[in-house]
Design a protein around this ligand. Structure first.
Ligand SMILES: Nc1ncnc2c1ncn2[C@@H]1O[C@H](COP(=O)(O)OP(=O)(O)OP(=O)(O)O)[C@@H](O)[C@H]1O
Ligand SMILES: [Mg+2]
Length: 136
């Protein structure tokens, strides 16, 4: 179930995706600080779409698995793709003169993080975070 899909083309769209992600995170029961982490991860993958792919979308879906609640965020574009995903996931690797911390940083904030990419076709980053329960 797609709870929301935000087209990503401009910096304004990055803010819209952040807001939508934060709202759904709140609805799922994430703490305020986790909502902020989720918004940060969304910003990073959205910023990469604007910077490297020149357009795409971010889909945010609520997850319900038994009593567990979570959020799945899919960032997809039809940009140039990533030739070496392992390299792109390393701290400090950037082809755009950045800090190279976007993808590895976002991964650290998530429970699951998968990058799928084909050169010439595009990139899809899937991120999942579950609401923590006391005693987990
Ligand atoms: N959607 C994308 N399409 C094509 N290449 C991408 C995409 N996202 C990331 N990359 C590639 O992966 C590299 C690492 O991305 P990452 O977000 O970690 O760092 P950065 O964007 O270079 O710098 P920072 O995010 O710290 O400002 C990028 O420099 C770029 O080469
Ligand atoms: Mg980046």
């Amino acid at each position: 179930m797609a709870d929301c899909a935000v087209p990503i083309q401009t910096d304004q769209d990055i803010l819209a995706a952040r807001r939508q992600g934060r709202a759904l995170a709140a609805q799922q029961g994430f703490s305020i600080s986790e909502q902020a982490l989720i918004a940060t991860a969304i910003s990073e993958v959205a910023r990469n779409i604007v910077q490297y792919a020149d357009g795409g979308e971010i889909i945010v879906e609520t997850l319900h698995r038994g009593t567990r609640r979570g959020l799945r965020m899919i960032a997809r574009d039809r940009g140039p793709g990533i030739a070496d995903i392992q390299k792109a996931m390393q701290d400090g690797f950037s082809t755009g003169g950045g800090l190279g911390l976007g993808l590895p940083g976002a991964k650290r904030l998530m429970d699951e993080f998968v990058v799928a990419s084909t050169v010439g076709k595009g990139t899809e980053v899937t991120m999942i975070k579950w609401v923590d329960w006391p005693g987990d």
